[in-house]
Design a protein around this ligand. Sequence first.
Ligand SMILES: NC(=O)C1=CN([C@@H]2O[C@H](COP(=O)(O)OP(=O)(O)OC[C@H]3O[C@@H](n4cnc5c(N)ncnc54)[C@H](OP(=O)(O)O)[C@@H]3O)[C@@H](O)[C@H]2O)C=CC1
Ligand SMILES: O=C(O)CCC(=O)C(=O)O
Length: 476
Amino acid sequence: MKQFKNLIAGEWVTGASEVENINPSDTNDIVGTASHASAAQVAEAIAAARQALPKWNAGTVQLRSDILSTISNELFARKEELGELLAREEGKTRAEAIGEVGRAANIFRFFASEVVRIRGEKLASVRPGIDVEITRDPVGVIGIITPWNFPIAIPAWKIAPALAFGNSVVFKPSELTPGSAWALADIIARAGVPAGVFNLVHGSGPVVGDALLNGVDAVTFTGSVKTGNQIVRRATERLIRVQAEMGGKNPLLVLDDADLETAVSCAVDGSFFQTGQRCTASSRLIVTAGIHDRFVDAVAARLDKIVIDHALKAGTQVGPVVDKRQLEQNLRYIDIGINEGAQVRVKGELLKRETPGHYLSPTLFTGSSNQMRINREEVFGPVAAVIRVKDYEEALSVANDTSFGLSAGICTTSQKYARHFQTHAEAGLTMLNLATAGLDYHVPFGGRKGSSYGPREQGTYAIDFYTILKTSYLSV
Ligand SMILES: NC(=O)C1=CN([C@@H]2O[C@H](COP(=O)(O)OP(=O)(O)OC[C@H]3O[C@@H](n4cnc5c(N)ncnc54)[C@H](OP(=O)(O)O)[C@@H]3O)[C@@H](O)[C@H]2O)C=CC1
Ligand SMILES: O=C(O)CCC(=O)C(=O)O
């Protein structure tokens, strides 16, 4: 059986315990075992990263660019095989998983180019005979903590800029997806990254994640609100840099003048594809009265036809829920919605397939109010609730009445409402006639309010988190 080891100071090492990595499409299938590091091993990884730092950031940008290109090339070349591993351990479909590996490859390629574009500024001083230069230094050792739902793309959009801008890394992936993390680390290690510059430590959040927060110079996190808030607090106590990308309760507005087919596609894709396990998923469908019934009927009809099965089976459109704990959370929220008085238009059922897996069909609530828990808390499963409103103004007000602010979408043919929404939606991302989920890799990503903390990730803006500005005064 495959053992997913830790990479510390350039060596693949066994941890303190072995934990099985179970395929959610077939719980009899053990993908491998993850070798969970001890807190002492995490400290060793941080020490190795610190020791490797000076040589790495003194190296040429050409070297770093070449290494990132090598990583990108191997990801592209092996995207089918790595996609299969990802789908097997996480449960998204083969096509989605291959797409995700391609996305990671593009991210490494993007930062391979960015690294040779690191710029500074030179200004005249307000005093005579002095020049002022503004340059960017690496931050130091970056701790990276990631969730299971994009187990290659999210690590890629944190690791690639960290390395590009001269930092070293200690990476802790989710316990549920050690295989993809291990495969990525193996590619990075063989691409010519010097020993200690990139380290991988497997293990649980409370043990390994917690130990990681002790010694790093900055931490970048994606995951739940609860954990994100804990990490932000710990990091600010230590006065280290922190970036946290947390959940969403993303609204999709459907106005009377929307193209019905477009609106239904946006809702079905954004709310239910990838088993609803996206922080950008549209879990609140805010629909004006004139189109409400036609929209609900059409979404329900579409949900009836979705093929839910083994992630690697040809024809599967939606795979299983990632694990038993998440499945139980989804079922709990379905009960909460029913008990709160929402009407169940489509009821999520546990499904039996050829292999034993965590299969759950979509749930569509109607007649829900924005105050219900199902509309205020992130479920992170194939569950969406329709909120009926009278007009655009009410729809916008409901959309913004949330503690989150990640993605917000609108389906309309009106320029006036589309533009107004773009300006007034309190979210980091707005989508016009598009699903709330699904991002480009070269532009900034992040939210507002409780969804995000710290500078934006991705694209040319990523540099702001991974570098520190230095202002130098030179007497000439
Ligand atoms: N916004 C998003 O992108 C995502 C949101 N979620 C939400 O989070 C919920 C739970 O999913 P889960 O994966 O458990 O999310 P978590 O926030 O618990 O986990 C995200 C990462 O943080 C780690 N972690 C957990 N506790 C700590 C800690 N005390 N210190 C440092 N690191 C820690 C986890 O480790 P480990 O899990 O390995 O123990 C994992 O690597 C989901 O139901 C969903 O609502 C989940 C994934 C993505
Ligand atoms: O919608 C996407 O493509 C990415 C969303 C995301 O980052 C997440 O769900 O964690």
